[in-house]
Structure formats: structure tokens, C-alpha cells
Design a protein around this ligand. Structure first.
Ligand code: AMP
Ligand code: ZN
Ligand code: ZN
Length: 466
């Protein structure tokens, strides 16, 4: 059960003591077998008097706060990590699940044959880039990791987060939970990121060893080349976890609309990039130890330009902090009575949308526990947008709606030494990817998550429950 989220402090990062005390029995026995556990005992006598030399050398969650190195691995794998497998996590932003069947995708098909393909990856609400990716990375719903939109307002902090503002994207105090690269770096495993929302921020004092400031103009082939390059480093400095991100399919979906034949260009471009990546991975001496996980953060649906809702035409928003994120709108009212009144006034007029008090938002959206969500949220039907003013030329495609809508489903494909070949599984929620990655990497997962390894355990050859 993930913790409740307040306003400015979205998730208290679990302290080391909390993590340790909630380890299930299997994790604890792994801990006792680990080199770091015994090293911690060796360090204990000097610790009673002073913080000794051996204290700051080995990054680990297993040793307690005194031995945690705040900067992660410092670029060197702990010797115990050298025998761990590798995971490459690739995201094709906005890749809707049906593109795989509508277009020529020989590389995706090759990956599916080698491992598993889910019918879809069910995004989170709102099905937008920043919340969606960060849920994949942390195993938490946005209400628990705190990135509740691409843009949102924090009423306690009295500040706004905007994903287009690199200061916000890099400010770790916005980002809650424990993304997989923080799990890795705290347990002595080098992580590297060629983009992925969250990887620019110092979260709980840690960032991937290698990371890049987001720059959409970096050629996609260059991203693939760099990832392969990282994986050819000497074992001591070689990342075991690598993220990679591409926006070409999302861009085309917005510009052209998801149902147009013109989408083929971007989808087939994504397929070529995947092919280059897989070919590159196959050249590595340790290729048999690498798991490849391909995801997308959400799907795409056509916008109906005639069904825009201009919120100011319906209610007076004076004194209300209103934030539009994707097709929905959050209203920070700060007053219970006025929130009720706004909800009722809106619902008296709204067609194709509904206003909710935060506590009333449908349970399946998992979108209540953070004050950043707003006091009243206006959620439209698929294809409908809530706007401040009429948009004369809206994009052809959009996302952000209920993630259980088939149009909002993304993709999940994976192959690797522990994954059985040729499996097709039903659509799965994206919060379950984090525990899968932790398992494939032989890392101890953060136990305070919404995801559950059991959901995907069937795809493993020999399930190893940690
Ligand atoms: P959305 O507005 O939800 O469609 O978000 C997709 C856009 O987010 C893409 O066009 C990317 O250029 C942008 N994007 C993706 N990752 C990042 C990042 N790490 N930092 C800033 N912008 C990003
Ligand atoms: Zn996206
Ligand atoms: Zn998009």
C-alpha cells in the first residue's frame, strides 16, 4: 500500500529504516546472504565510536542510513553487481497498442517472438507523458508519486510544475517515490539514461550516473548509438540499467491523428530504431544477459474540434487557480462550499464531461490522494477537451483521457534471459513494470508501491520471488 500524498511533499521518500523493516521474509534472507550485509557488520564496531572509513564507500540500502552514499554509485558498480543481469528500458512515447497490428513492424514482431507482447499497457490517469512515464519508472500511481499532470499546481508549495520548464523537470523536490534508476544506484548498480522523464532530477539525492538534459533535437539514431556505447564499457563502469526515449510516434499522432494511414511513417521509423537497437545489443559479448523492455506511456485518440468545452463560458473562475493538463482541468478553489457550488454549476451544464470533487473521482482512476490534483477536476469524455478559450486549430490527436479506454492503451513487449519466448498476455497496468524490472535486475524493489510482481510473474521462465 503506497503512502498518502500531501501537498508539497508528494511522497516522503521511504527512509532506509522503513525499507528494511518492511522487507518480506524472502528479501531479508537475500539480505543476509549479501556481501554488503556482512560488510555492514564489519563496519559496526568503528561506527559505535566514529563514522569510520569503510562507511562511505559502498552504496547500499541494506546497511542503514550511516552508510548510504548520497550520490549513488559514483559511476562504479559494486563488485556484487557484476553478476547481475542488464535491463534496457525503451519508451516510444504515444505508441498506441493497435499500431503494432496496423503497420509493418518487423522488429517489434521479432521482439514479441523472442519474448512477450501484452495486448496493451494500461496507462495511468491522466494518460500524459510525465505522469505516465514516472508511473512506469516507480510502480506508483500519480497520486502517490506526485507528478499528477504534465502541469499542475501545488497549493502547499504555492508553485506550479510545468514539464516544459527544465528547472522543474530537474528539481527533485517535485518528484516522489523511488524510480528504478534510484533503486539501482542506491544498491550499487550503475544506471544510465538517454532521456526518460525524471532522469534529469536529483531524486532522494540520486541521479543516474549518465543522463542527458532533454533535447528533442538529438537524432534518434544517435540515442541508440550512445546506449550501445554505454553497454560496451568495462564491466566495472558498465550500466546495468539503461533508459531510452523517443517522441517521434507521439508527435505524429498529435499532428496527423492516430487513425490516419500517414502514421505508418513514424511507426515504421520507430520499428527501424528498435531494429538498430536489437542488432546493437546482439553484438555485445554479454547480449544473453540483457533484457529489453519496450513500453509506451499512453495511446492517442482523435480530437473532435466541435466538442471543446470552454470552462469560462460556464462558471466564474475568479480567485480559482485553474490548470489545464491535457484535455482535463484542475480547479484549486481552497474553499469547500465554493468547490461544491462549482461542481454543481458545472454539472448542471456539462455535456460530454463531468466535474468531480477530488474525493469523488472514480476509484478506478486512482486519482485522489494528492492535493496537487485540485479541489474540483473536470474530466471530459474521449475526444473532448476542456479549455480556457476555444482553440481554433486543435491538434488532430490527443491523449490524457481515462487510461482504461482502448485508445489510451500503450504497448509492452519484453524479451530476455528470464522471459519465456512467444507469449501473448492480456493488457496490463503500467505500475507493474517497476517490480518486473527490479526482479530482472536482481534488485530489492521499493516495497511501498502500487504495482505487484505477481501480475507479470507468469512471463518469467523460473519465477524468482524476492
Ligand atoms: P505530451 O505533451 O504529453 O504529448 O508530451 C510529449 C512531449 O513531451 C514530447 O513531444 C517531448 O518532446 C516532451 N518530452 C518528453 N520527455 C521530456 C523530458 N524529459 N523533458 C521535457 N520534455 C519532454
Ligand atoms: Zn507521452
Ligand atoms: Zn503527446
Amino acid at each position: 500500500m503506497a503512502p498518502d500524498v500531501g501537498g508539497s511533499n508528494p511522497l516522503t521518500h521511504p527512509t532506509i529504516t522503513q525499507v528494511r523493516s518492511s522487507y518480506p521474509r524472502t528479501m531479508r534472507s537475500n539480505l543476509f546472504r549479501s556481501r554488503r550485509f556482512w560488510l555492514a557488520w564489519l563496519c559496526l564496531p568503528p561506527l559505535l565510536f566514529t563514522v569510520g572509513n569503510c562507511v562511505d564507500t559502498t552504496p547500499s540500502v541494506a546497511q542503514g542510513p550511516a552508510v548510504l552514499t548520497p550520490k549513488g554509485t559514483g559511476g562504479h558498480n559494486d563488485p556484487s553487481i557484476l553478476t547481475h543481469p542488464y535491463v534496457v528500458l525503451v519508451s516510444f512515447d504515444g505508441f498506441r497498442s493497435d499500431y503494432l497490428d496496423r503497420f509493418e513492424t518487423p522488429s517489434f514482431d521479432r521482439l514479441a517472438r523472442a519474448g512477450v507482447r501484452a495486448e496493451g499497457l494500461i496507462s495511468v490517469f491522466p494518460s500524459l507523458t510525465f505522469p505516465g512515464h514516472y508511473s512506469i519508472a516507480t510502480g506508483l500511481y500519480p497520486e502517490h508519486h506526485g507528478i499528477v499532470g504534465n502541469r499542475f499546481y501545488d497549493p502547499v508549495r504555492t508553485d506550479e510544475f510545468n514539464y516544459r520548464d527544465s528547472d522543474d523537470a530537474r528539481d527533485g523536490s517535485w518528484w516522489g517515490g523511488e524510480p528504478i534508476w534510484v533503486t539501482a544506484e542506491t544498491q550499487g548498480m550503475v544506471a544510465a539514461a538517454f532521456f526518460f522523464p525524471g532522469t534529469e532530477a536529483t531524486i532522494a539525492n540520486i541521479r543516474p550516473t549518465d543522463w542527458r538534459p532533454y533535447d528533442a533535437s538529438v537524432a534518434n539514431a544517435e540515442r541508440v548509438r550512445q546506449v550501445i556505447n554505454w553497454l560496451t564499457r568495462p564491466a566495472d563502469r558498465r550500466p546495468h540499467l539503461v533508459t531510452l526515449y523517443f517522441s517521434l510516434v507521439d508527435r505524429a499522432g498529435h499532428d496527423l491523428g492516430p487513425d490516419t494511414p500517414g502514421m505508418s511513417r513514424a511507426v515504421e521509423g520507430a520499428d527501424r530504431l528498435l531494429g538498430q537497437l536489437m542488432d546493437g545489443l546482439n553484438t555485445l559479448p554479454h547480449s544473453k544477459e540483457v533484457s529489453l523492455i519496450v513500453v509506451s506511456d499512453h495511446g492517442m485518440a482523435p480530437i473532435d474540434p466541435e466538442r471543446q468545452i470552454v470552462v469560462r463560458d460556464l462558471v466564474d473562475l475568479k480567485g480559482v487557480k485553474a490548470v489545464a493538463t491535457g484535455p482535463t482541468m484542475s480547479l484549486h478553489v481552497g474553499d469547500d462550499q465554493r468547490s461544491h457550488l462549482l461542481r454543481d454549476t458545472l454539472n448542471g451544464q456539462l455535456v460530454n464531461a463531468r466535474a468531480y470533487l477530488r474525493a469523488e473521482i472514480p476509484v478506478h482512476l486512482h486519482h485522489r490522494a494528492s492535493q496537487r490534483i485540485g479541489d474540483v477536476v473536470v474530466i471530459p469524455d474521449e475526444g473532448v477537451q476542456i479549455r480556457f478559450q476555444r482553440d481554433a486549430s486543435p491538434p488532430a490527436g490527443m491523449h490524457g483521457w481515462d487510461p482504461t479506454l482502448p485508445s489510451m492503451h500503450g504497448i509492452l513487449l519484453a524479451s530476455g534471459p528470464r522471459i519465456r519466448a512467444g507469449q501473448r498476455i492480456p493488457a496490463v497496468e503500467s505500475v507493474h513494470v517497476y517490480p518486473l524490472m527490479a526482479n530482472l535486475l536482481d534488485l530489492v524493489p521499493n516495497p511501498n508501491i502500487d504495482g505487484d510482481l505477481n501480475v507479470l510473474i507468469g512471463i518469467l521462465k523460473v519465477p524468482v520471488l524476492r
